[in-house]
Structures are given as structure tokens and as C-alpha cells.
Design a protein around this ligand. Structure first.
Ligand code: UDP
Length: 230
């Protein structure tokens, strides 16, 4: 296996399909992909976004702090069914929140998280960074560093970083590898630049791949999928 210890970031959108923000089939699919990784003896930590519930960039009106809070809490709508689906598949899982969300889940605690990962539990983080003005990309980077992950995998809608918008420009080419510096300079929307800056400072590689059945295990086994920021 190329990676033994990963943090996967799923955007809220990964959970939705056919007009539903959270679609049961999608949740099951995510859970079964995670199960494959666990079977391959990979330590898996996950950050689930909440952009399918609320996202500041899409609203840009109202009280920013309130909107951000909704986005952070929104992740619960994805995490609760994901935890259930994993348990049904007999995958050991432990959810941690970044701030008090009035749930049964405990708040983030470094030693408890480390213990859960040592016990080969899948660890899911919900609630973003716990602070407004940030994103789940940044939360994912932070948690990847805290869990000592070898790589932050962003599973998203596109299969990597392109030289131009591939939907508008047929000549757009996939960039297999790009530096932190140039991704920040290009202001690409594929990932939040605060997250990239944090990764750069701590030399954490970020892999952008398309969220699609089979891709995670292919990547873990060493296939050069998507794009790497390093
Ligand atoms: N958010 C926040 N702080 C965080 C993470 C998220 O305030 O640490 C809010 C912010 O409003 C953001 C929304 O939650 O727009 C949804 O997060 P994001 O866009 O990162 O969701 P994703 O695309 O990962 O589902």
C-alpha cells in the first residue's frame, strides 16, 4: 500500500444525489469505499463538509457568523447517516465534534482521537474548525496534521487540477503535480488557499481526486490519480 494513514475530506455534495442533499445510496457508497480501505489495513480519518446544507460563498448575505455556524453544524446531516452505514457494515467508527453540537458525540480530544486510530477505528470529524470564516478544507488540513496523516485526500467533483476550466476549454490539461506556491498564486477554486498555506508550512501533500467508486482504493494502492499539491 502506498499510504497507511490518510485523512479524506468529503465535501457535503458527495452525500447528495438526485435532488436530495443526503442520498442513502451515496452514503452507502461512501461507507463501502471506506470499508475497503479498512480491510486494506489503512488508518482512516475523515472530515465531512456541510456545504450541502449551508455555504457562505453561495449565500453571501445575512449574518456571516450565523451562516457559517449553520454550515459547520450542517456536517452532522452527513455524518449521522455515514456513522450508521459504517456500523451496519461492521466497521468500527468514532465521531468527534470540534465544538459542542448537542449530540452524543464527544468533543475533539487529541489523546482520545489517537487512541481510536490506534484501535483501527475510522475517525470522523464534524463541525469544521469550530470557527466561522474558515472552511472544511482548512479543517481537513488541520485534522490531517493532528492525526499525522501522510496525505490529505480531497475527494471532489473533478478529477484533479486543470490548466484551464475543462468544461469551457477542450485543450485544458490535467496537472499531475503542482507546488503549494503556484496553486496559491493561481487562486484556483479547487481548494481553499488557507488550507494550502497550512499544508505548505507543514509539508503535508494534498491529493485531489474525483469522488467515484473505486478511486480511493486505487489511490491507496499507488495509482497516480488526480493531482498532487506538494
Ligand atoms: N464553515 C465555517 N468554518 C469551518 C468550516 C465551515 O464557518 O471551519 C462554514 C462556512 O460557512 C462554509 C460552510 O461552513 O461555507 C460549509 O463549509 P465548506 O464550504 O467548506 O463545505 P464543503 O464544501 O466541504 O461541504
Amino acid at each position: 500500500m502506498k499510504y497507511k494513514n490518510v485523512l479524506i475530506k468529503f465535501s457535503g455534495e458527495a452525500f447528495g444525489d438526485k435532488g436530495k442533499p443526503v442520498n442513502k445510496r451515496q452514503v452507502k457508497l461512501i461507507a463501502s469505499e471506506i470499508k475497503e480501505l479498512v480491510k486494506a489495513k489503512v488508518k482512516v480519518a475523515i472530515v465531512c463538509g456541510g456545504g450541502n446544507v449551508s455555504r457562505w460563498k453561495d449565500v453571501k448575505k445575512g449574518d456571516r457568523v450565523e451562516v457559517d455556524l449553520k454550515g459547520m453544524k450542517g456536517g452532522l446531516k452527513n455524518v449521522i447517516p455515514l456513522e450508521k452505514a459504517l456500523k451496519e457494515m461492521k466497521v468500527k467508527v468514532q465521531v468527534f465534534t470540534s465544538f459542542s453540537l448537542n449530540t452524543k458525540y464527544p468533543k475533539f480530544n487529541y489523546s482520545k482521537v489517537t487512541k481510536a486510530l490506534k484501535e483501527n477505528k475510522v475517525v470522523i470529524f464534524v463541525g469544521g474548525t469550530g470557527h466561522p470564516f474558515f472552511t472544511h478544507d482548512t479543517a481537513a488540513c488541520l485534522r490531517a496534521l493532528e492525526t499525522n496523516a501522510e496525505v490529505l485526500i480531497k475527494a471532489t467533483k473533478v478529477d484533479g487540477i486543470y490548466s484551464a476550466d475543462p468544461t469551457l476549454n477542450k485543450r485544458a490539461k490535467r496537472i499531475k503535480s503542482i507546488s503549494y506556491k503556484s496553486i496559491i498564486a493561481k487562486e484556483l477554486k479547487i481548494i481553499d488557499s488557507v488550507a494550502v498555506a497550512l499544508a505548505q508550512e507543514n509539508k503535508l501533500p494534498i491529493r485531489i481526486i474525483k469522488w467515484q467508486e473505486g478511486n480511493l482504493i486505487k489511490l491507496i494502492k499507488g495509482k497516480n490519480l488526480g493531482s498532487i499539491i506538494k
